[in-house]
Write a new protein. Structure first.
Length: 194
């Protein structure tokens, strides 16, 4: 895990969710900060996004937020980050998040999180990156996604190696060990032209 210096976390911006999801966001942020890693995320101060950022900062970690100007006012950017980048589009945001991250963690979230999850897994399939992707299946939230990915492979729309592009874990405590198990070559690969 020594070569993972920054972790991108995709998660929901909603605060109207169960306490278990909020606790997972807090616990993950704490672990990232305690490990001396940098959090890269969407730049908001609301929902799971804000909880993860605040917990990382409180645990002594650095936080890089990247938020498009057209949603800056809706998600309300976080004013206390190590770095905050206001960018011109979602495409720029996603590219910068990938470029600044050595690994990806997907917490529960809505359509935006699902979009980011599919994109980062697809980019892995297309060999645009070879970085670890960990899906945190907190309280079984991502069970339908797991079933869908299995169905995609079983029906021939995904190759047999589709399951090597991501790792499912059921608890926050399993995230860091999953990142540690990722091969060194995965962590050293540079992002291809996106």
């Amino acid at each position: 895990m020594s070569k993972v210096r920054s972790v991108c976390v995709y998660c929901g911006s909603s605060g109207q969710v169960s306490a278990e999801y909020k606790k997972a966001a807090h616990d993950l942020g704490t672990l990232i900060g305690q490990a001396g890693l940098r959090l890269v995320y969407g730049g908001g101060r609301v929902g799971l996004m804000g909880i993860t950022a605040d917990a990382t900062l409180a645990a002594g970690g650095e936080v890089v937020g990247i938020i498009p100007d057209h949603i800056q006012s809706r998600e309300v950017d976080h004013g206390g980050l190590t770095e905050l980048h206001v960018v011109d589009s979602m495409h720029t945001r996603k590219r910068m998040m990938v470029e600044r991250s050595d690994a990806f963690v997907i917490l529960p979230g809505g359509l935006g999180t699902l979009d980011e999850a599919f994109e980062i897994i697809t980019w892995r399939q297309l060999q645009l990156h070879d970085k670890p992707v960990v899906i945190a299946n907190i309280c079984g939230y991502w069970n339908p996604l797991r079933d869908l990915l299995t169905h995609i492979r079983a029906t021939g729309f995904g190759r047999g190696e589709i399951e090597s592009y991501y790792t499912f874990v059921d608890t926050v405590d399993a995230i860091m060990p999953a990142l540690r198990r990722a091969p060194d070559s995965v962590r050293q690969t540079q992002v291809q032209q996106l």
